[in-house]
Design a protein around this ligand. Structure first.
Ligand code: ADP
Ligand code: MG
Length: 310
């Protein structure tokens, strides 16, 4: 549906984004994950034709949106990172104002305002001035503005930064709902890996202006080594239990910290049976045994040597 080809943006001597290749398929939720300064907003601004790229192209149904930006503006809703609302107007008045910019009017505009207020859960606060809203409510209204012209694709730039957990969950659920019920294609930008992991079908990981990895959650996690980490909690770590684990030929590493024993084994081995056998032999009481699944945070760390939040 939307294709981004070798897109770059240079500010002065420095590339904010370089050689970006991405595609969005209809009905997908795509994640763009990366730390602050990675180039996410720059990439989004180029593909929504707000910023002119230094080089590269964006194609909507095979037509360049850089040459014909009006086509993409019609089907695209953008939720900017910075909230853009009139705080001295009510929620409804903001929607009317921005609706008119989208050239909506009369009964159609009225109906869209009703629908959008419902979608963002602000129907009962419609008459209230935006300056009385919480950060989360402002965010929701900011999303509402992007939904007014009923776009096929919505792009959200870090829509949950600095808001309370309840509003955050509401926004995440709204994204899921828009995708499921309306088949809306979503490009979701964030530096929170949990959000991207929860929402997205496919993920692009960005760092220092480059896409450094892409794929489904499973594909990205497969970048990590072929090992599993097993966390064992015991009532008391006894020496014999640790020795039995260390002596096992499939075990690569054993770490002990108080009552937590961490064991690293190749992915293909199931160590559960042996663990309970060793516990019995050594008289160790097991509290819990679990395989620790790798997170996207681990993937980022593996690829860059840095944590996402740094
Ligand atoms: P992100 O959204 O991932 O936090 P940005 O796209 O905002 O990252 O920024 C990427 C890099 O480009 C940063 O180093 C930022 O300082 C730089 N940058 C972004 N916009 C401009 C601009 N208008 N002029 C100069 N440098 C910019
Ligand atoms: Mg940004």
């Amino acid at each position: 549906m939307l294709e981004i080809i070798d897109l770059s943006k240079k500010y002065k001597q420095k590339f904010a984004a370089q050689g970006i290749n991405m595609f969005l398929e209809k009905g997908e939720i795509i994640g763009l994950l990366g730390p602050n300064g990675a180039g996410k907003s720059t990439t989004i601004s180029m593909l929504s034709s707000l910023v002119v790229p230094t080089s590269g192209d964006v194609r909507l149904m095979n037509e360049s949106t850089i040459k014909h930006p009006q086509n993409i503006r019609k089907i695209l809703g953008v939720v900017p990172q910075e909230i853009a609302l009139y705080t001295d107007l009510s929620a409804e008045e903001n929607l009317r104002f921005f609706g008119e910019i989208y050239r909506l009017k009369g009964a159609e505009l009225k109906q869209r305002i009703e629908e959008v207020l419902e979608q963002i859960g602000l129907t009962d606060r419609r008459k209230d001035l935006v300056k009385t809203f919480s950060g989360g409510m402002k965010r929701r209204l900011n999303i509402g503005v992007a939904l007014l012209h009923n776009p096929d694709i919505i792009i959200m730039d870090e829509p949950t930064v600095g808001i309370d957990p309840q509003s955050r969950n509401y926004i995440l659920e709204t994204v899921k709902r828009l995708n499921k019920e309306r088949g809306m294609t979503v490009l979701y930008t964030s530096h929170y890996m949990e959000e991207v992991e929860f929402l997205c079908d496919r993920i692009y990981i960005m760092d220092k202006g480059h896409i450094i990895a892409s794929g489904t959650k499973e594909e990205l996690k497969n970048i990590l080594s072929s090992e599993n980490t097993i966390s064992i909690k015991v009532e008391r770590a006894n020496v014999e239990f640790i020795q039995l684990l260390e002596a096992d030929s499939t075990v690569r590493q054993v770490k002990v910290q108080d009552r937590d024993v961490t064991v690293i084994v190749p992915k293909e081995y199931n160590l559960f049976q042996k663990i309970s056998q060793f516990a019995e032999e050594s008289g160790t009481a097991l509290i819990s045994v679990e395989v620790k699944a790798p997170t996207l945070e681990d993937v980022f760390l593996h690829l860059t040597g840095r944590a996402l939040r740094d």
